[in-house]
Design a protein around this ligand. Structure first.
Ligand code: SF4
Length: 254
């Protein structure tokens, strides 16, 4: 049984991708979309895919996408032994910034990654970039202001604990007029609010994983071993109450 087919949603993750990414010569005809599985988004949403393609005709989006794809290609090199990768992500970000002629780089970072922030600043500054950094505790607002009870804080009820403030991080970086914003180690959910607010083009250097040195895929790699087998153990879906929603885009009122 194919769960994707049964439930009726897009599932590229269960497809070999031979229709959208065929290994054929540049002058060969593309495979017909009808050959793709029924759960293929190209079959489920052909008009949407078509409209999206028209978006890339806007000159600024087209240029940004063009440079991003050049950057992508430059990260590989063909050798006698096969394809090799060349640049770690921090270099990729520097090179892409240079391609876009960006000079003011803003970083929204987690206070827990302060040491990493210093290293990243040194690296970016050594390439001639201005580095504007804003930590997650900016504003110094107690967690009680968003409704947390004392026992829901990390340090317990007796200590003042500052809330993470991703909306302020985004607002400050936009007020600073950064050309590119970089996210570094924001928590799950806090990163969501940052992305809902930030106006500047944004990329990610690191996502937070408190256990695996900010490499969340390490847990996935270990999920077939006894150590993290619990990740694959089938359990009931947890969830209660109404679905929580947030605005499509968070606009800071003047
Ligand atoms: S876009 Fe379609 S063909 Fe490509 S991986 Fe997804 S399901 Fe497969």
């Amino acid at each position: 049984m194919n769960p994707a087919k049964e439930k009726g949603y897009s599932v590229c993750g269960k497809c070999p991708g031979t229709t959208c990414f065929p290994r054929i010569a540049a002058d060969e005809p593309l495979p017909p979309v009808a050959e793709a599985p029924t759960f293929c988004p190209m079959r489920r949403f052909p008009e949407t895919i078509q409209k999206v393609q028209e978006t890339y005709n806007q000159p600024d989006i087209r240029e940004f996408a063009r440079l991003a794809s050049i950057q992508e290609a430059e990260c590989y090199e063909a050798t006698e032994d096969g394809m090799r990768t060349k640049f770690p992500r921090i270099e990729e970000i520097i090179q892409f910034s240079q391609k876009c002629n960006y000079t003011r780089i803003g970083v929204a970072f987690c206070l827990g990654l302060k040491e990493e922030m210093r290293m990243v600043s040194d690296i970016l500054e050594s390439k001639g970039l201005d580095v504007i950094t804003v930590n997650c505790k900016v504003g110094g607002v107690p967690k009680e202001s968003i409704g947390l009870a004392g026992k829901e804080k990390i340090l317990g009820p007796d200590m003042m604990e500052t809330m993470c403030n991703p909306i302020a991080q985004a607002a400050v970086l936009d007020a600073e007029g950064v050309d590119l914003a970089i996210m570094m180690g924001l928590c799950v959910g806090h990163d969501t609010l940052f992305l809902k607010t930030i106006q500047a083009p944004t990329t990610v250097l690191a996502v937070k994983d408190r256990v695996f040195g900010h490499n969340p895929l390490a847990a996935c790699y270990l999920s077939k071993s006894p150590y993290y087998g619990r990740l694959r153990k089938k359990t009931e879906r947890k969830g209660e109450g109404e679905k929580v929603t947030i605005p499509e885009k968070i606009i800071i009122s003047a």
